[in-house]
Design a protein around this ligand. Structure first.
Ligand code: SF4
Ligand code: SF4
Length: 411
């Protein structure tokens, strides 16, 4: 299967330093002279964008000129946007600035977070005793599909705020008398993972969202517009708990689940999923996982330091306050929360479908591995000695390129 990827390499900037190789959670990067991303393995978590000192990795998003393709343009700003600006910037003006950017309307995604919180609460109430893993970070979902397929059944089957907000926006456009092809719905995203989730959704064939713009790309204009009188403030639509979703722990707070763990940062998420896979952590009700440190305020396409942004979002949420009203769920058609397609595992390394051939290949890998030092230093351009041995057997690398082996043979 072909996977869409927002995360891409800008080859001319890559100097082959291998820093990205070590942080990739799915071992999707190899460096020969330049880095290469193995498409079947990449989950678009954006970790390699974060560590590359040469900005050789980038998250491909749409641009404001794409708005021209539509008659009625609706912005869906992720709640993480409210952590990006200091206290001189009025949050209502942040929402209002999208009209200055060329949009006709704004749907506050925090409101969709509020609805999704209520839907999750219902699922938890009806499935006591099942440990659920949150399914709002698309990078986490793809990590589960790629490395922990047995855990797919634990992902909470409730559609993400991104898609629920997309449905709400579509309804709004239709209500205004536009046809669906005339309505352009654009998510304002903190990460490439959400761009990929729009172009290749995880639990549906087609997203209701038409495009994705990044917070980092719009930041300068938003800041500029919020300082002008022309920019009219727009009401914040959600309760504080909806805005709190932008930071790790906010989702658990909103669903009032205290029998939970909150994990942020893809490395830690990877570790906890490994633990769950071997049967640990069955005694909690909810496992909230975010690929980015701090949650979406720490996404690779934001501007502000995640720790500062996290505090701002908390303060905003507290200042708005308010409890979620379960009656509000009646405002949204229940099917908006349903996954439309079943999640399937991603086959990222298949030695052979024939078990005997697979054993023979595994033995060959082990033979090579036995001659390698096991330091997993990454100097060969693969993340581990095992990955390098597998590359050799699969023919994706022609020769074993171990610096320690070469040093030994020169003695
Ligand atoms: S986006 Fe994530 S999974 Fe993809 S290559 Fe970069 S670090 Fe690896
Ligand atoms: S934690 Fe949020 S910002 Fe980071 S990859 Fe997941 S959805 Fe995107």
């Amino acid at each position: 299967m072909e996977y869409f990827h927002s995360v891409q390499l800008r080859e001319k900037f890559c100097n082959g330093c291998t820093l990205c190789v070590k942080v990739c959670p799915t071992e999707a990067i190899r460096v020969k002279e330049k880095a290469e991303i193995i498409g079947s393995r990449c989950i678009d978590c954006g970790e390699c964008i974060r560590v590359c000192p040469n900005h050789a990795k980038t998250g491909k998003v749409d641009s404001l000129t794409d708005l021209e393709n539509y008659k009625y343009k609706i912005a869906l700003p992720d709640p993480a946007i409210f952590g990006q600006f200091g206290k001189t910037v009025n949050p209502n003006k942040i929402l209002g600035s999208f009209m200055s950017l060329g949009f006709d309307e704004v749907v506050d995604v925090a409101l969709a977070c509020e609805y999704v919180s209520l839907a999750i609460k219902q699922v938890l109430r009806n499935h006591k005793g099942v440990p659920f893993i949150s399914a709002s970070c698309p990078a986490v979902i793809r990590l589960v599909q790629a490395l922990y397929p047995d855990l797919i059944k634990y992902l909470i089957p409730v559609e993400s705020p991104l898609e629920v907000a997309g449905q709400m926006a579509l309804d709004l456009g239709l209500m205004k008398g536009y046809e669906s092809h005339e309505i352009g719905i654009f998510y304002i995203s903190p990460c490439p993972a959400k761009m990929t989730a729009v172009k290749q959704p995880v639990a549906r064939e087609i997203s209701t969202v038409n495009g994705v713009l990044s917070i980092v790309d719009l930041y300068g204009n938003i800041l500029k517009f919020t300082q002008t009188d022309k920019c009219k403030p727009k009401d914040l639509k959600a309760k504080g708990l909806g805005y709190g979703w932008a930071r790790a722990g906010g989702e658990s707070l909103a669903i009032s689940c205290s029998d939970n763990v909150v994990i942020d940062g893809i490395e830690q998420v990877n570790k906890i999923l490994r633990e769950i896979e071997i049967g640990k952590l069955t005694d909690v009700e909810y496992i909230e996982c975010w690929a980015c440190v701090g949650g979406c305020v720490g996404g690779p396409a934001v501007v502000e330091n995640p720790f500062i942004a996290r505090v701002r979002v908390r303060k905003l949420a507290e200042s708005i306050g308010g409890a979620l009203d379960e009656q509000k769920l009646l405002e949204v058609p229940p099917q908006y929360f349903d996954w439309q397609t079943a999640l399937k595992p991603r086959q990222i390394l298949k030695y052979d479908s024939d078990i005997l051939n697979a054993i023979s290949i595994a033995n060959k890998v082990q033979e090579i591995l036995d001659c390698l030092p096991g330091f997993d230093c990454g100097a060969c351009g693969a993340p581990t000695c095992r990955a390098h041995a597998e590359d050799k057997i699969q023919g994706t690398t022609q020769e074993i390129n171990c610096v320690f082996q070469k040093k030994e043979s020169k003695k």
